[in-house]
Design a protein around this ligand. Structure first.
Ligand code: UDP
Length: 243
């Protein structure tokens, strides 16, 4: 198969905030369906899609840190990982009701509802055009699903790691606080590190940089943006090693 004919493969990181309307928590199936419909449509165009779900709409391990010493921090992180599996179940049904097959794969074994994550099996699913939903993060506490997304993008040989966020991309400063903040369309990993730009946790972006994995950050709430990013359009901010 020529390089040109190689299908595009993406890892899409969707935070928990994609599972509910702005400012709310929990799961709203209207929000999940918006996501599901765009993803199903792109998969039909031949794009191989692996989705790493966050869980912040339900629970983040760090939230118990100060307030409740009776939950160990590690336990709280496992609870956060389970939240991502709850999101995965919701997204699975939503994508299938939008007409595309999926497999839910988890980093923490949960045989009654999902397959355990194996890299080789995940690749097989992708090659068959099945959308894979990667839940449970890395399976280890004290990191976030950004780490899982970077890890999976590298091991699955993705062309890009797409990060769906609520802002248009990476800004020089917080655009909600500073109206002068500039939106970057391109950045290098080095610039992200030097300017301490908060795109994803630092280890994850460093890992992507080490292995030249492009990272694209875009606003998933703008209608059509998700499909455009999946297709490879240059929206939002693209982080690469190209100066
Ligand atoms: N988590 C973890 N290990 C992982 C992935 C996630 O311990 O590999 C826990 C962690 O507590 C995290 C929570 O699961 O806060 C939910 O994930 P995340 O915060 O990344 O969700 P998002 O902010 O993307 O909605």
């Amino acid at each position: 198969m020529s390089e040109l004919a190689k299908p595009r493969r993406v890892v899409l990181k969707v935070s928990g905030e994609c599972f509910c309307p702005p400012g709310e928590r929990g799961i709203a199936m209207e929000s999940v369906m918006l996501l599901a419909e765009q993803v199903a449509k792109s998969a039909k165009e031949g794009i191989q899609i692996a989705i790493v779900m966050g869980g912040g709409n339900i629970l983040r391990g760090g939230q118990f840190k100060a307030s409740n010493a009776s939950i160990l921090e590690s336990t709280a992180h496992y609870m956060g990982m389970l939240a991502t599996i709850i999101n995965g179940l919701a997204l699975q049904d939503a994508i299938e009701s939008a007409g595309h097959p999926t497999r839910l794969m988890t980093a923490i074994e949960m045989g009654a509802i999902a397959e355990p994550y194996y890299r080789r099996r995940a690749v097989r699913h992708l090659e068959k055009g099945i959308i894979i939903l990667l839940a449970g993060g890395t399976g280890s506490p004290f990191v976030t699903t950004d780490t899982a997304a970077a890890q999976r993008a590298l091991e699955l040989g993705a062309d890009v790691l797409l990060k769906a966020t609520k802002v248009d991309g990476v800004y020089s400063d917080d655009p909600e606080k500073n109206p002068q903040a500039v939106l970057y369309s391109e950045l290098t990993y080095e610039a992200v590190r030097q300017q301490r730009l908060r795109i994803m946790d630092q280890e994850s972006i460093a890992k992507c940089g080490e292995h030249a994995m492009p990272v694209q950050i875009f606003n998933f709430r703008t209608p059509g943006n998700l499909a455009r990013a999946l297709r490879g359009e240059r929206i939002g901010t693209l982080v690469t090693d190209k100066k």
